[in-house]
Design a protein around this ligand. Structure first.
Ligand SMILES: C[C@@](CO)(OP(=O)(O)O)[C@H](O)COP(=O)(O)OP(=O)(O)OC[C@H]1O[C@@H](n2ccc(N)nc2=O)[C@H](O)[C@@H]1O
Ligand SMILES: Nc1ncnc2c1ncn2[C@@H]1O[C@H](COP(=O)(O)OP(=O)(O)O)[C@@H](O)[C@H]1O
Length: 331
């Protein structure tokens, strides 16, 4: 359902230099969760891929600061300092010596990424806001500085800045790009009600007291990018959080089965779920499988997506090459 959510109810009186940034959703192709750390986080080894489901964030200076959210699921997005985009404004203000109470920024978010779906939509909005404000405030912060600030906002935020395909370690915030030259085709099955990330990690800890099945090593998956064959990749997808998401939402089992029955090479819960992602042989197959899945009654709606796509970037600037990237994990 499409919606509009506005705060604090004002039509803007000043409209200088709006900056619009497009930012992608992610899927974890591999998500290996270690034990719980002292700080409550889990040590991860993950492979992120950025997908062509995107949010658009428009940031402008305004004498009526605030945030508005439009699009799918907007009614479930907070409009106060709980919004990750707003937290990004405050964090960047502090980091650049501004008064967080006097930012004079208005943000408009157009959601295309499912809310609370395990596709890191809130993190994407935070990353896009950092990227946009770096331009609006002419801060000229480099990739590493922005990424450091992003990591303080959430484990998934640095990846939304970077995009592409990347190996994430630590909480998921330490990234190394992975060279994945080929395009992969996905069907994404969305559910009406989201799952909370902390709840899913807690459920995994609970399940592990009785049985401790973990995904294998990440290296075979990294090697599979060389051929670009989705069949090879499909055999290696794995997510430790999947069992926990399915335990909390048993209906996901049916969704995963229906995608594979419809012809997907493999299906996986995306991150903490409940969104499911299905890898397909090619774009035509993805369209066909999406049509079949949407009639199967196992999810709210479906999308077709491709990956990898770039991270946060200015709208209108999509074809401008980025600076050279750091060393790659796989050539
Ligand atoms: C599971 C993943 C997989 O990429 O994403 P989602 O599927 O939710 O989008 C991430 O680990 C989510 O990252 P993100 O949503 O940024 O989480 P954060 O805000 O940093 O943390 C929210 C909560 O998740 C748990 N958490 C998160 C990351 C991590 N490595 N270990 C954890 O245990 C903690 O309970 C933490 O308080
Ligand atoms: N800009 C935002 N977009 C979406 N959700 C947000 C945003 N800011 C804060 N949230 C909150 O974060 C929660 C998780 O949302 P999201 O990042 O979309 O999912 P996930 O963590 O499963 O990938 C939502 O339930 C919502 O309350």
């Amino acid at each position: 359902m499409r919606g509009t959510n506005t705060y604090p109810g004002g039509v803007l009186s000043v409209v200088p230099t709006p900056i619009t940034v497009r930012v992608p959703a992610k899927v974890n192709l591999h998500l290996s969760v270690g034990d719980s750390r002292q700080d409550g986080y889990h040590e991860l080894v993950t492979v992120f891929q950025a997908l062509s489901l995107t949010d658009e964030i428009t940031v402008r200076s305004s004498d009526e600061p605030g945030i508005e959210v439009h699009g799918e699921g907007s009614e479930n997005v907070p409009l106060d300092s709980d919004n990750l985009a707003w937290r990004a404004v405050l964090e960047l203000a502090r980091a650049s010596g501004r008064d967080p109470d006097e930012t004079g920024v208005h943000i408009s978010i157009n959601k295309g990424i499912p809310v609370a779906g395990g596709m890191a939509g809130g993190s994407a909005d935070a990353a896009a806001t950092l990227f946009a404000l770096n331009a609006l405030w002419k801060l000229e912060l480099g990739r590493d500085e922005l990424s450091g600030i992003a990591g303080r906002l959430g484990s998934d935020v640095p990846f939304a800045l970077q995009g592409g395909t990347a190996l994430g370690t630590g909480r998921g915030e330490r990234l190394v790009p992975v060279l994945a030259r080929h395009t992969y085709h996905w069907v994404i099955a969305l559910h009406g009600e989201g799952l909370g990330t902390p709840e899913v990690y807690t459920e995994l800890d609970r399940l592990r007291r009785n049985s401790d099945n973990r995904v294998g090593e990440v290296e075979p998956l990294l090697e599979a990018f060389a051929s670009g064959d989705p069949r090879e990749l499909a055999l290696l997808l794995g997510n430790d959080l999947q069992a926990a998401a399915v335990s909390l939402r048993p209906g996901l089992r049916r969704t995963l089965r229906a995608g594979v029955d419809a012809g997907a090479l493999a299906g996986i819960v995306s991150g903490s779920g409940p969104t499911c992602a299905f890898l397909c042989t090619d774009g035509d197959e993805a369209v066909r499988i999406a049509a079949e899945l949407s009639g199967a009654g196992v999810c709210r709606t479906v999308r077709v997506a491709q990956g990898p796509v770039p991270g946060a970037r200015l709208v209108g600037d999509e074809h401008v090459d980025r600076p050279p990237t750091p060393p790659q994990v796989h050539a």
